[in-house]
Design a protein around this ligand. Structure first.
Ligand SMILES: [Fe+2]
Ligand SMILES: [Fe+2]
Length: 379
């Protein structure tokens, strides 16, 4: 198989000879006698079509995949024969527990059936008709600028990691490909909406971007996924629900609902991945707490940056007058409490209930609660 070690196929005599024999009808046909499993996959439910789960069979499947898949170091699809001479693509991640989540294949199928179009599915014409008061338009444009920054990092990070995963993890890689598409669409939507407000884009946020950079700089896939899918996108999902609530028009609410259906899927993967890790590697609990310490710091820095909290206060209070601001600040504080509560609830589902006590976000929660009690909003 020496011919595969050269990069100059035009100068390779073996390669040429083989081709010449082919032209004369002298075929090799060794590929016809591979020892791979022969099976005919069929849709379990014909109405649903042929799903990835229908292909979960024997050596082709994901259920019986071993924890380490380093025997495949190439681009070969899982289940193919691996002859000598395949290139070593040096996948950085070849351990299943680093990437696997319950229902990975289901999240991919859902992503494929629920794709939408930012150009056509958002009621742009309806939005264009709505005249927003100046301070509302500016606050909204600032929020949209902040959200565009978030979506751009959310596009870059899974794209960067996809090619580092062993090719046996095709369900995870395909899911990440859909996430890259989803996040690119979100960045597109927020940019488009900012440019329809009449204010254009507003100010980039140093705290937000410093926090987001930490996700990009994660040392491992598992660490990145914890920071991006579970923590980052989790708090962003609550933030989108709040944005829907305070959005200035019904058309904007629809825009946020479309985005949330994608975002919920990304968070779903993050939760199901951490659940998988806690079930199969309970000894990682302390390491996960350490990562959460770092990630919560990031969330606090980005999520409480003034480039997002002040627009929220103005949008929630519906203006810049003193009474608007007071009202908006209370509503925003209630949202921030809900955001942290929902974060802890996600960790409860993964079996990390003790996080409530250990987390510094717990202090932020209590701080906000005390402020609201003092203002007479909470009993
Ligand atoms: Fe997104
Ligand atoms: Fe996302």
């Amino acid at each position: 198989m020496a011919y595969l070690s050269t990069t100059d196929f035009f100068e390779d005599q073996n390669f040429f000879d083989r081709w010449r024999r082919n032209l004369k009808g002298d075929l090799d046909l060794s590929w016809m006698h591979t020892k791979t499993e022969k099976l005919a996959a069929t849709p379990e439910n014909p109405r649903r079509g042929l799903t990835l789960r229908d292909l979960d069979k024997n050596g082709y499947g994901f259920s019986e995949m071993p924890e380490f898949v380093r025997d495949n170091r190439s681009f070969a699809p899982r289940g193919a024969e691996l002859p000598d001479g395949l290139p070593d693509v040096q996948a950085a991640v070849s351990q299943k527990g680093e990437v696997w989540a319950y229902n990975t294949e289901g999240y991919y199928e859902e992503a494929m059936t629920r794709q939408w179009n930012a150009t056509l599915d958002v009621p742009w014409a309806e939005m264009a008709k709505a005249e927003l008061p100046d301070e509302i338009a500016r606050a909204y444009a600032q929020l949209l600028t902040f959200l565009t920054e978030v979506e751009m990092i959310a596009t870059d990070v899974p794209a960067e990691w996809m090619g580092k995963l062993n090719n046996n993890f095709m369900e995870v890689k395909n899911f990440m490909a859909t996430q890259v598409m989803d996040e690119a669409r979100h960045a597109e939507v927020f940019r488009k909406r900012a440019l329809t407000t009449g204010c254009g884009l507003m100010k980039a946020s140093p705290y937000n971007e410093m926090s987001l950079k930490q996700i990009r700089d994660a040392d491992s896939f598992a660490e990145m996924s914890l920071a991006l899918h579970l923590v980052g996108e989790g708090v962003v999902l609550t933030l989108f629900r709040f944005s829907e609530y305070i959005a200035p028009t019904d058309a904007d609410k629809k825009m946020f609902r479309l985005i949330m259906q994608d975002e919920a899927r990304h968070v779903g993967y993050g939760v199901q991945h951490l659940k998988w890790v806690m079930r199969h590697f309970p000894e990682k609990r302390e390491v996960i707490h350490k990562h959460l310490d770092e990630t919560e710091n990031m969330v606090f820095g980005g999520g409480y940056a003034l480039e997002v909290t002040e627009p929220f206060i103005i949008l929630a209070g519906k203006g810049l007058k003193k009474e608007n601001i007071e009202q908006g600040a209370k509503i925003t504080a209630l949202f921030q409490m809900k955001q942290i509560e929902e974060y802890f609830e996600r960790l409860d589902k993964c079996g990390l209930s003790e996080r409530r006590k250990r987390s510094k976000l717990h202090n932020a929660l209590e701080f906000t609660r005390a402020a609201l009690q003092e203002a007479g909003v909470l009993a």
